[in-house]
Design a protein around this ligand. Structure first.
Ligand code: ZN
Length: 323
């Protein structure tokens, strides 16, 4: 119960009750609440500078974890960079050398991004350096992968070409060794079987019985299968591409027609003695870019070292050709 206060009224000469006005009461109450609130806020604010809230603690933990993860990512990028550097090294020093392509300069592989600052939006934070550096490494890594990938695409195309070239080159002996009586004559100066004069023999003569199978020495297209060239009799020419043409002369019979596609080892005809020929044999020539070259240099695909040296010995004998 609040005290009742009185005052002396000199007009009425009596004590009168002091009436406390309601507004004043309200004003005091308001002032008290405001002061308490201010004090409270001040206290919380000061305290918050020194004491972490549970939410702050959890955020700090998260940040720490994130920094840790960034470090781990950087370690993984180290590994990726090492692996890629190894692939690039093999690419430059083995694959590109093997397929006769120029190595890609290191500067081109590692080229950065000049001009505009791509990382502006990442700057201005406590961890900006870490984040910008990581982003830069990843961007460079990405670009290196693109360069490497393009290089391998190029190598794949070259490898395909090389495969075609290897399949096309007239690299096997056109008559099977077991059917061969002997290597009658090689490429070089020989005496002519008809005139006995020494003259250039532009191919190799393989002596074999009439009807012995003759095989295509490389992949290609039959460009001729006729007897229209003087001296050769029934003959076949195969265009292998890359400037190579092989010629098979004095045939008894054909097994292919003009414009037919053939694979190395396909049966194309049979040994005979048509045209300017003394006895059944296959006269075999190889053209490279229009010039006749020694077929002896092309049998690496089919002969053993022993067979090859035997053939070489026979081919270099200064004997008489069968033409
Ligand atoms: Zn000949």
């Amino acid at each position: 119960m609040s005290k009742v206060k009185y005052y002396y009224d000199s007009d009425s000469l009596s004590y009168r009750k002091i009436e406390r006005r309601k507004r004043t009461t309200f004003k005091y109450a308001f002032m008290f609440i405001l002061a308490s609130a201010l004090f409270g806020f001040l206290f919380v604010f000061i305290a918050s500078q020194y004491v972490e809230s549970p939410k702050e603690r959890s955020l700090a933990r998260e940040l720490h974890n994130m920094q840790l993860q960034y470090e781990l990512l950087n370690k993984k990028m180290n590994e990726a960079e090492n692996v890629l550097a190894n692939v690039a090294d093999r690419d430059n020093n083995i694959y590109r050398v093997y397929f006769e392509a120029n190595p890609i300069p290191e500067a081109q592989r590692r080229a950065g991004f000049g001009g505009i600052n791509r990382y502006k939006n990442l700057e201005g934070f406590d961890n900006s350096k870490l984040i910008v550096e990581s982003n830069k490494r990843l961007d460079i890594l990405q670009k290196q992968i693109v360069v490497q990938s393009k290089s391998l695409d190029e190598i794949a195309v070259l490898a395909k070409e090389k495969e075609k070239l290897l399949a096309a080159i007239p690299a096997i002996q056109p008559v099977n060794n077991k059917d061969l009586k002997r290597m009658a004559s090689g490429y070089g100066m020989r005496s002519d079987p008809f005139t006995k004069a020494r003259k250039m023999h532009w191919g190799m003569d393989f002596t074999a019985p009439r009807g012995t199978p003759v095989y295509a020495s490389g992949d290609g297209i039959v460009v001729r299968a006729d007897s229209g060239s003087t001296g050769y009799g029934n003959h076949i020419r195969i265009d292998h591409g890359f400037g190579y043409i092989s010629l098979y002369a004095h045939l008894y019979k054909y097994n292919v027609r003009k414009n037919q596609k053939v694979k190395r080892g396909d049966l194309i005809g049979f040994v005979g003695s048509t045209g300017r020929s003394e006895a059944p044999h296959l006269h075999y020539e190889i053209f490279k870019d229009g010039d006749r070259i020694n077929p002896m240099n092309f049998y690496y695909g089919s002969l053993t070292a022993e067979e090859y040296s035997k053939l070489l010995e026979h081919a270099s004998l200064e004997n008489q050709s069968l033409d």
